[in-house]
Every structure is written in structure tokens, then in C-alpha cells.
Design a protein around this ligand. Structure first.
Ligand SMILES: [Zn+2]
Ligand SMILES: [Zn+2]
Length: 238
């Protein structure tokens, strides 16, 4: 047994993995599903989001102005949390500090929302793909790990035919219209098993919805019937 492996199994005896919060690293025997109460309380669940894009917004209406003004290619998007500072930091840790195992904590929360939404008509799960070079650099695709977790727990098969064929610049500093142009034509379907199927598209964050929309457009062009989107977090519409 290698030294690291030996240390890991030794540590697991004293600190079993199931009692460790994957977000803040705290050890507590009341922890379940890899997340402590303090971390969970620092996140804000989305309540009454827009019926189409799932974003929380202020007006007393069912659909946000963004969805009224432009058609979405996806049928409906939902997110577990509003993108506040705590979930932002947690997702940053997950993606950029090589903490790929955090998918277990996040995946479980997404799975709970999926179950509550009774989405029985999903045929395949698809992750928003990363460009190959980006995935190599990061070591993993954060959306794929979440999608794989949900697929294993629901027995809905995972499909990997959606590819990212265009390198895009980091979207954080782009305005909505620039994001749409940046992501345009970024995806392609390798082969098509998805004709007339309903897809659940998985990503970590939904911001303007440009990425989810472009993936959905590619899928619909390939004959997909309907695309549902599930993300861990979403920004507020304002
Ligand atoms: Zn915690
Ligand atoms: Zn909306």
C-alpha cells in the first residue's frame, strides 16, 4: 500500500469521511451527506423562481422579464440555490482547488431537488461539456461529475455525445449580449442517439443562461424533444 493510501485509510479510521463537511472541512458526527448545518444555512434555497429560467426575481409574476422578452431553447430550468457569496466560494473551491470530491455533497442536493420536481419523463442526462484543453487543465469537468452522480442515483443513463468544439473566453466579465456571441456555435453533437428524447442538462451555475441555451439549441437541432436544465446555483434576475 502506498504511503498516501495508508495515511488516508488511517485518517478514515479516526475521521470517517461521512462525518466530514466537504465544504468547510469540519468534522462532526451529526453531519450527513457531506455537508454541515452551518454551511447549509449559509446557502439560500431558491423559492418561487421564474417558471421558465428558475431565477429568483422581485415582481409578483410567474415569469421574469428576461423570459418574457426572449425565447429560451430550454423548456425549463431549476436551481437549488441562489448564487450568494457562500455558494460562490464553495463552487470556486470545488472547481479551482482540485476538490473534485465535493461533487458528492452538491450532487445530493441537486438530486433532492430533481426528486421534488417529479421529472419522470427524462430519458438521458447530459453535462455541459468543457473544451478538452480546459478539462485537462482543471483535471475534471465539474458538471460531468454532478451529472454522473445523478445518473448513478436515478438510473437515468448519461449521454456524452454533446461536445464543446470552440474555445470560449471566461464569461464572468462579459455582458449578456457578449456572452451570447462568445458561446455561439461552441457545441456540437458527436453522434445522435437523442432523437425525440427528453434531456436533463446539468451544470454548476446558471448566470445569463447563455450556455444552457446554446447547449439546448444544439440538442434541439439534433432532434431532441425537450431540454430541462438543473444547476446547483443560479443568479437572481434583475
Ligand atoms: Zn461545513
Ligand atoms: Zn425567467
Amino acid at each position: 500500500m502506498g504511503l498516501i493510501k495508508y495515511l488516508k485509510s488511517f485518517l478514515d479510521l479516526i475521521f470517517p469521511e461521512k462525518y466530514i463537511c466537504f465544504i468547510c472541512d469540519k468534522y462532526d458526527e451529526s453531519i450527513s451527506m457531506h455537508i454541515c448545518d452551518d454551511c447549509l444555512e449559509s446557502f439560500e434555497y431558491v423559492i418561487d423562481g421564474c417558471k421558465i429560467c428558475g431565477k429568483p426575481f422581485y415582481e409578483l409574476s410567474e415569469i421574469c422579464d428576461g423570459c418574457k422578452e426572449s425565447n429560451r431553447y430550454f423548456y425549463k430550468a431549476t436551481a437549488v440555490f441562489e448564487y450568494n457569496n457562500s455558494i460562490k466560494k464553495a463552487i470556486y473551491k470545488y472547481k479551482y482547488y482540485k476538490r473534485s470530491y465535493m461533487y458528492k455533497a452538491f450532487g445530493e442536493l441537486m438530486l433532492n431537488l430533481l426528486k421534488a420536481n417529479h421529472l419522470e419523463d427524462i430519458d438521458y442526462i447530459v453535462a455541459v461539456p468543457l473544451h478538452k484543453t480546459k478539462e485537462l487543465k482543471r483535471g475534471f469537468n465539474q458538471a460531468y461529475l454532478l451529472a454522473k452522480y445523478i445518473s448513478e442515483k436515478t438510473f437515468i443513463p448519461l449521454d456524452k455525445s454533446l461536445l464543446r468544439i470552440k474555445k470560449t473566453v471566461v464569461q464572468n466579465n462579459l455582458k449578456s449580449i457578449q456572452r451570447h456571441n462568445n458561446i455561439k456555435g461552441a457545441f456540437s453533437l458527436k453522434k445522435n442517439n437523442l432523437k425525440d428524447k427528453n434531456i436533463l442538462l446539468i451544470d454548476d451555475i446558471l448566470t445569463t443562461g447563455a450556455t444552457a441555451d446554446e447547449c439546448s439549441k444544439t440538442l434541439l437541432n439534433g432532434g431532441v424533444k425537450r431540454v430541462y436544465v438543473l444547476t446547483l446555483a443560479t443568479t437572481r434576475y434583475n
